[in-house]
Design a protein. Structure first.
Length: 89
């Protein structure tokens, strides 16, 4: 029997949580639970201006990227944020 994929599948929407996909003992989850990343905002607040310059990258995300890069031995250069925006276009 010949199976023909229906194009209606493209219009379906699925919702899932990444927490559901990762094991409970996953290292990144353990770190997320152990470290209060919100405290980083207080530490770097004086380095940012509320009314000058372009909007910044979230400092917590930058710390998490560096941490994951170190933990998993990723030595390649992290792409600039503009790389992602150009790919989305």
């Amino acid at each position: 029997m010949l199976y023909k994929r229906l194009e209606t599948h493209r219009k379906e929407m699925n919702s899932f949580s990444i927490d559901y996909l990762l094991p409970k003992d996953y290292l990144v989850k353990k770190i997320e639970n152990a470290i209060n990343f919100d405290s980083i905002y207080n530490l770097v607040e004086s380095c940012y201006s509320a009314d000058r310059g372009i909007s910044s990258s979230d400092p917590v995300i930058l710390i998490k990227i560096a941490l994951i890069q170190c933990m998993f031995g990723i030595t390649s250069k992290i792409p600039r944020h503009t790389t992602f925006s150009k790919n989305y276009i």
